[in-house]
Design a protein around this ligand. Sequence first.
Ligand code: GLC
Length: 557
Amino acid sequence: MQTDDVTSTQPTSDPNWWRQAVVYQIYPRSFADANGDGIGDLAGIISRVPYLRQLGIDAIWLSPFYPSALADGGYDVDDYRDVDPRIGTLAEFDHLVTALHEAGLRLIVDIVPNHSSNRHVLFQEALASPKGSPARDRYIFRDGLGPDQSEPPTDWVAAFGGSAWEPVGDGQFYLHMFAPEQPDWNWAHPDVHAEFLETLRFWSDRGVDGFRIDVANFLTKDLSEPLPTQAELDAHPRHLGNGRIDDRDEVHEIYAEWRELFNQYDPPRVAVAEAWTPANRRVRYARPDSLGQAFNFDLLRANFDADEFRQIIAENLALAAEAGSSTTWVLSNHDVVRHATRYALPDAPDTQDRDRRWLLQGDVDLVEDRPRGLRRSRAATMTLLALPGSTYLYQGEELGLPEVRDIAPDQRQDPTFFRSPGVDVGRDGCRVPIPWTREGSSFGFGSNGAHLPQPPEFGQYSVEAAEAKPDSILHLYRSALALRRQLESGEELSWLEAPAHVLMFARPGGWVNVTNFGVDEVEVDGGEILLASQPVTLSEAGKLRLPSETTVWLRRR
Ligand code: GLC
């Protein structure tokens, strides 16, 4: 079993490294393309390790890089223990691990245990085997209904639209909670357990530091007859957990098995759950005997509003402490509208669908206020980085990248777009390849175009342009991350009294975060200004004048 070979630059074997870590998500096909095929690759990431190191993050989360037909951006995995040849090789993966570790960065990889792709060898075996065979039992097959068995077993709707059941031509259907190319595993089958334990061991042995667990809440299902209708599924209150196919208590038995494996490594491998469940249920995934950490998407769904932020922060700090974990903070990822754009749109009136993809439909006439989106992004990022807990950043947010809204239908890739005609524009707009240079083919992403079209103005958001501008958001991220490293001590936060629309809290050592969420300038007690998201002034009397939508970090003795 591999242990960390600790040299002066390599990560230490601190088992708690993840608690306050800043993790940067790389969507590999859109990060950097070294071989000029229009698709980002591992060699591209390796070439950008100096950039990642300079940014000041602690770890990388790498979205799926496995062989895949890309029916769902790589979340349709053909082989969990290999690298997509368009992205690289296992030898290059080993290189990446070494390069990251030498730079003091850890690596978390994405594991997709709810479903494989329909090209996975075990699903192909299931298709080639007769009804009722052991091979079919590794997935979820049921007989169709009606005289000729042509009707699906239930009316369940897949997450990407359309029926959740796909016929296979012999009267049976298989279940897919997502695209038809993503058949759900049957977690009641011991082979499935063995398969994933082997996969987790495979990557842990290669030096991977942790895992991001895709739709961690869906694995176990109660499929006893009679199966419920979609209306019955929808009627189940989610905060109670234990829906028939979602967030069942016994899913944690799987994670207890994984935890045992993780703890055989030094330091123990970590895991973070993606579970879009209510906060009271989400923390169960963050318990030390389960996955240990869970994404908290509450701020991602919040308006840019002091009261919403305060309530979410307080609730999540308390919940995480109760669970024996640290909380996480997220504003963007590869599934939601980039926050520079969300914050440029009018506030959402209610909390439904706060990622607000529907606002971006072609027929909705909404004007983005980009300077405002950027101003709020700068302020919100500083607030997040001042909080106790672990923050997950999404590639390109450090450049203030907006969502790309005008992608032609024939250039779109996301199955949500194709399976929900006219309803959901899909997630391609946040997955457009990163601009590295002002000019040139695909703005430095690669030498030969990009797999999703970059808009002409992308050059102005490039790393090259940001480097040259002392007040760019990239420089703000670098300064904030460097300061966070210096200032951080402990996991405590105390709230300080503040005017309306202002959030003020202190961390140990006199580090104070002040954020003005409002539209008017406010005046608060000052201190030593460490960093500000916009230019601010101190009055002679030592008062801090804080413009609208601005965060300042102060030191107060
Ligand atoms: C998760 C992923 C998303 C994917 C889905 C199905 O939500 O983040 O990108 O489409 O799971 O695997």
